[in-house]
Design a protein around this ligand. Structure first.
Ligand code: PMP
Length: 780
């Protein structure tokens, strides 16, 4: 158990009555040392003897004779802090230091054998805020001023604030807790409960928060207002090393008052603070307890001072605020903490108890219907992602060997940072000029053939394909489409016909024809046979001809270069270019759907069509472009775009917005700087080699194939009949998941393991997958 130091009231408070040196002594000293003379007016001080001096030019100064019982280093610290602020935030309205005639920042005055430290500061214009009621805007400015002060003090260092004994320091609360009995009986229970809770639950974690030297006392009596504007913050006498958020909580505790709309006051001050220094969630979580304890300190310290005969009347008055305010805060706790969270840009905390799995499933069924497919026999509830790792709600970590959307790794800080920064600055649409949308378009087109220079921004892969299809129809004046058997290209009404994998059994569209996949494992021509590219390409002749002869004609052929839904088949090189030639001869255009194969997924090139050596008429982009942020793009030849927009007005509200483009640019930076295309090639080759080792061990593995980090493992019960091992495939994915590895299944028969991780996957991650697969195959 931690030992708590029990102190006597006197020890907590020390005797800090202001000194009383005769004015004559002081004015002579000021003239001799600082060259300062004029009219002297006494000012109130809690610990020090203060005067306002108006010199012959009408300039006003504060002459401060510091309390001799305080360590001189505290005053030295104040001076140094003010000099630091002058450098770090010159327009911050804080006092300036008047130096002595021989250039010192402070000077000692000896009176009745005791040395007193003297400092002279500029007197800031304005009135103390005191009990003046502030407008929302003024409260916001108070928050801003406190945050600016904290920010400007960030790099300031001095030993005094850490070592001094300050009764108002929250770290003294365990000692104050022992003096609760000094309060009137009716108030003890509440005080004990608040202080006890704080000491037990909050204080042990306070040192984890951002900490530095803080002003600590931006009280309405230390904050000045002049012509309605905040004109200054004074009194650096309570500087302490503490959690940064204590500057905010102390300010709030001192600016709220009984019967006021305190939720509004808190909201505005936090919002102002947040506009300069975004708060962390842990800081917002402790805000209310810090405010409550600060409120309690006043009556406690005042009572202790009274018992020691040292109380000051004004403080006794202030103490009367505390208990009514504490009751008000308690009554509107939820309202206030929601307001503070909102002001700090955090959404409301879900107060519901953590849902059980079955409850979540039931809620999902209610709001998302009965038939929405979910991975795994027992669904996964993921709560966090980082790189190639995902964490589930039960704390278990999973290696992600499946998801291609987090292309550069889950929550890559370069992407999340870009999104966050841009969303703080501006987010509009392409009806205005924007640097982000231009840069992103230029960066993308620089990776493509020069003919592909016109960029259209939309929001998803489906939309990109839909728009490319519309343009192809407009350009060719035809309406017939070609896709691969079992392809997937999206969800829209126009693209569903290009996606037989959506519903193969009932797929039938008069304007569409399907081309057999160049599958050299399961297809009619087998790996190793001669002229595979040509022979498979020739299988496209019939559908192309049929469509040409139909009323529709050939408008476009759409292909995913990684042939993902066909089971990551490795189309023989030369296949795609031959089919595209045939399509073009029939007057059709080629849409390269790069939603899966783009951004280096295939390792051999930045784009899938480049791997196949074809130049498309359209490139459509989705999924990985924004690493999870929704982005869809069509890139085409300028004449095709101009032709389309001449006849149809085209505008996508969200397409190409500043934030999406910032996300896309960050993804491109990471791919380049982390050499992810090269990594896809190297890690993909290693992955395949290790899978081929497994193939030698388990006869269930019929084929291992794929390019880069798009790898398929086809499972068959019989190597001659190729009977699909579909139930085994599903079971394997579940067994591997139990070992903390996520993989998928694919293909028309559902008998292909889909290994398609984020591009930051490394060989040691491959080893983890291989040993999980090895064990799962053994356990089947
Ligand atoms: N094309 C391909 C090749 C895809 O894999 C997908 C999505 N799986 C899409 C298009 C559709 O993209 P989205 O889901 O963003 O509409």
């Amino acid at each position: 158990m931690q030992k708590t130091l029990v102190t006597q009231p006197g020890e907590i408070l020390q005797n800090l009555q202001p000194p009383e040196v005769p004015l004559g002594i002081l004015s002579t000293f000021a003239a001799e040392q600082f060259g300062l003379s004029g009219d002297w007016t006494p000012l109130v001080g809690e610990r020090d003897q203060n005067f306002r001096v108006t010199d012959a030019d009408g300039i006003q100064w504060v002459f401060r004779l510091c309390n001799p019982h305080e360590n001189t280093s505290i005053f030295e610290c104040q001076i140094k802090a003010l000099e630091h602020l002058k450098r770090t935030d010159p327009s911050l309205p804080v006092p300036r230091v008047l130096k002595t005639l021989n250039g010192q920042s402070m000077k000692m005055l000896r009176w009745e054998g005791v040395d007193h430290c003297v400092i002279v500061l500029s007197f800031l214009p304005g009135e103390v805020i005191g009990t003046t009621q502030l407008t929302n805007e003024q409260l916001y400015l108070v928050g801003q001023l406190v945050a600016r002060l904290g920010k400007a003090l960030r790099g300031f260092n001095h030993p005094a604030p850490s070592s001094r004994y300050l009764a108002w320091d929250h770290r003294r609360l365990p000692e104050l807790l022992h003096h609760v009995d000094i309060l009137p009986e009716v108030e003890r229970a509440k005080a004990r409960q608040i202080l006890g809770d704080f000491c037990e639950n909050i204080l042990p974690n306070i040192d984890r928060l951002r900490s530095q030297i803080i002003h600590g006392d931006a009280h309405p009596d230390n904050t000045l207002i002049h012509d309605g504007a905040l004109s200054g913050i004074i009194d650096f006498g309570d500087m302490v090393f503490g959690a940064l958020v204590q500057d905010l909580s102390n300010t709030i505790a001192d600016f709220i008052f009984p019967g006021a709309d305190n939720t509004r006051i808190i909201y505005e001050i936090v919002k102002g603070y947040q506009s300069v220094t975004p708060l962390e969630e842990e800081e917002i979580d402790v805000l209310l307890p810090l405010i409550e304890t600060r409120l309690l300190m006043t009556p406690l310290i005042v009572s202790l001072r009274s018992s020691g005969g040292a109380a000051q009347a004004s403080y006794a008055d202030v103490s009367k605020r505390a208990f009514p305010l504490l009751s008000e805060l308690e009554a509107s706790r939820e309202l206030i903490s929601n307001a503070a969270r909102r002001a700090a840009a955090f959404t409301q905390k879900n107060s519901a108890l953590p849902s059980s799995f079955s409850e979540m499933l039931e809620r999902r069924r209610k709001v998302m219907g009965n038939n929405l497919y979910m991975f795994y026999d027992s669904p996964l509830h993921l709560v966090k992602g980082e790189g190639v790792w995902l964490t589930a709600s039960d704390g278990k970590r999973y290696l992600d060997c499946y998801n291609n959307v987090p292309h550069v790794g889950h929550c890559h800080p370069c992407v999340t940072g870009s999104i966050s920064r841009q969303s703080h600055i501006l987010n509009t649409n392409t009806r205005y000029l924007s640097e982000q949308s231009l840069s992103y378009a230029e960066r993308l087109t620089s990776t493509l053939d020069r003919s592909l220079s016109a960029v259209v921004y939309v929001n998803s892969g489906s939309e990109a394909n839909d728009v490319a299809w519309r343009m192809a129809k407009a350009w060719t004046g035809r309406a017939g489409g070609l896709a691969m058997e079992y392809a997937y290209h999206g969800i829209t009404d126009a693209i569903d016909p290009f996606s037989p994998s959506n519903d193969l059994a009932s797929w039938k569209f008069p304007h569409m024809r399907l081309i057999p996949a160049p599958d050299d494992y399961r297809g009619i021509y087998k790996r190793g046979e001669p002229n595979l590219a040509q022979r498979y390409a020739d299988l496209a002749d019939q559908p192309i001809e049929e469509l040409s002869l139909s009323q529709f004609g050939v408008a476009a052929f759409m292909v995913d270069s990684a042939f993902m839904t066909n089971g990551m088949i490795e189309a023989p090189l030369g296949y795609l270019s031959r089919v595209v030639d045939k399509v073009r001869k029939a007057g059709g255009l080629f849409i390269a759907d790069e939603v899966q194969s783009g951004f280096g997924r295939m390792g051999s090139a930045f784009w899938g069509h480049q791997h196949h050596g074809v130049i498309p008429d359209f490139v459509t982009i989705g999924k990985p472009a924004g690493n999870g942020h929704p982005i869809g793009i069509v890139i085409t030849r300028p004449e095709i775009l101009d032709h389309f927009t001449k006849t149809a007005t085209f505008f996508s509200t969200f397409g190409g917005n500043n934030v999406s483009c910032a996300a896309g640019l960050a993804v491109l930076d990471v791919i380049r700087d982390e050499a992810l295309v090269e990594n896809a090639k190297a890690t993909g080759a290693y992955f395949k080699a290790r899978l081929l080792e497994l193939k030698r061990k388990y006869t269930l593995i019929g084929d291992v194939r794929g390019t880069g980090l798009a790898i398929g493992v086809e499972l068959v019960r019989d190597h001659n009949t190729l009977e699909p091992a579909n139930t085994e495939t599903k079971r394997l994915a579940n067994l591997v998941r139990d070992q903390g590895v996520l993989i998928g299944t694919e293909g028309v028969h559902g008998n292909i393991l889909k290994l398609r991780p984020p591009l930051v996957f490394e060989p040691h991650h491959v080893d983890i997958v291989i040993s999980a697969l090895d064990k799962a195959f053994g356990d089947l």
